[in-house]
Design a protein around this ligand. Structure first.
Ligand SMILES: Nc1ncnc2c1ncn2[C@@H]1O[C@H](COP(=O)(O)OP(=O)(O)OP(=O)(O)O)[C@@H](O)[C@H]1O
Ligand SMILES: [Mg+2]
Length: 363
């Protein structure tokens, strides 16, 4: 028996919670995000959204908790428990755990009731063949029959409701947890794209570093994320907000707190945000002029959970002199778009090459 071989039992032998019974839909879509895994069922919409986190007993390697339950343990574990993120920077960093996580989540939505369903999985646009293969193997180990890949910006644009089928350029920037994926799309394909490992986690890390440097205070990643969501900004807020961050003083070792202001959060986060700005500018320089004309007229659309970071839209608008819109429910766009792309699996299987297909590969 291999080390993560009891997905059906759920945590501690219990059945997974929120199990939705009686689901018999055939095709599904998975957004295998660095922070969250989302699963879309054809005809039902997003039926699962759980943190991509697994807690493991460090001595026995047995899984102790997954998803929300494991996320609650981040930074709060004893020496015996290790919390792992099986995905980092948008790709699989721990194959066994990723495979385990996917099978637990598929069990939760009862995908096992369907005999080997077909699945669309989103992947960052600049990953290597080896990294793609790892995603395909992890999903197929969970019992999927046909696995089609869709590049994240393509899925994000479709999920945001943009029309990408016309010979007309659209610009989408997906700012997630591990990566920011951006692309200029036309005819359901990518004209130019960029991916950088600066997104939500980098923003959290920047807050941790800032507080350590300025106050000698060591705080955890989760505390930093809460501060980012509460007072974080990359464009000055109209009113000053504060958030109490608690941690340990690096000199005395004693507990300490400080009230972090939104102005300080701006100072902490702006460098990371400017890396995103520079990558967009660099991509625009490589964009063919006709497509450039289209996107200057329509502007860009932001998707991904970190699109909700206060002021990111305004910072990008100011620096690129383009209209910037944040999609509705930005965090769900990739999963929704991958779900919409399910309808193209048949074309791919039938080799209908006359139809521009948003799916990039099938296995
Ligand atoms: N209101 C908010 N303000 C700022 N950031 C937020 C907000 N809500 C969520 N986030 C951030 O969004 C990120 C998660 O977004 P998302 O679910 O799109 O990532 P992902 O798809 O798992 O990651 P990736 O696409 O990089 O693989 C987290 O870093 C989270 O802190
Ligand atoms: Mg994502």
């Amino acid at each position: 028996m291999d080390r993560f071989s009891r997905p059906s039992a759920g945590v501690g032998g219990r059945r997974p919670e929120n199990e939705c019974k009686g689901v018999l839909s055939t095709d599904i879509a998975i957004d295998l995000g660095t922070s969250n895994v989302k699963i879309y069922l054809d005809g039902k919409g997003i039926v699962l959204n759980e943190p991509a986190v697994v807690a493991v007993n460090a001595e026995t390697n047995a899984v102790v908790a997954t998803g929300r339950e494991a996320y609650a343990m981040v930074g709060r574990t004893s020496a015996r428990i290790r919390v792992s993120h099986p995905l980092s920077g948008g790709v699989i960093s721990d194959f066994d755990l990723a495979r385990y996580l996917i099978s637990v989540y598929l069990k939760k939505i009862n995908a096992g009731r369907v005999v080997m369903p077909r699945v669309v999985v989103s992947v960052p646009c600049k990953i290597t063949e080896v990294e793609k293969r790892a995603v395909v193997d992890a999903v197929s180990a969970a019992g999927m029959r046909k696995i089609c890949l869709i590049e994240e910006p393509v899925a994000a644009a479709m999920g945001a409701g943009m029309d990408i089928s016309a010979p007309h350029g659209v610009l989408v920037v997906d700012v997630g947890g591990g990566t920011t994926d951006m692309a200029v799309l036309s005819l359901r394909g990518i004209a130019v794209s960029r991916s950088l490992k600066v997104a939500g986690n980098a923003f959290d890390g920047a807050i941790v570093k800032y507080i350590r440097r300025k106050y000698n205070l060591i705080i955890g990643q989760r505390m930093a994320e809460s501060a980012k969501i509460a007072v974080g900004c990359v464009f000055p807020r109209k009113e000053l907000l504060t958030f109490r961050v608690k941690g340990r003083n690096a000199m005395t070792g004693l507990p300490q707190w400080v009230d972090l202001s939104s102005d300080e959060a701006l100072e902490a986060l702006i460098d990371s945000a400017m890396q995103i700005v520079r990558t967009i500018q660099e991509m625009l320089e490589k964009t063919p002029p006709e497509l450039m004309g289209d996107i200057y007229t329509d502007g860009m659309v932001l998707t991904g959970g970190s699109a909700m970071l206060y002021g990111l839209d305004r910072l990008l608008a100011k620096k690129t002199r383009m209209k910037v819109t944040v999609a509705d429910d930005p965090q769900d766009c990739v999963a929704l778009g991958a779900g919409k792309a399910i309808q193209f699996i048949d074309d791919l299987e039938n080799k209908a090459y006359g139809v521009p297909n948003p799916l990039s590969a099938a296995y």
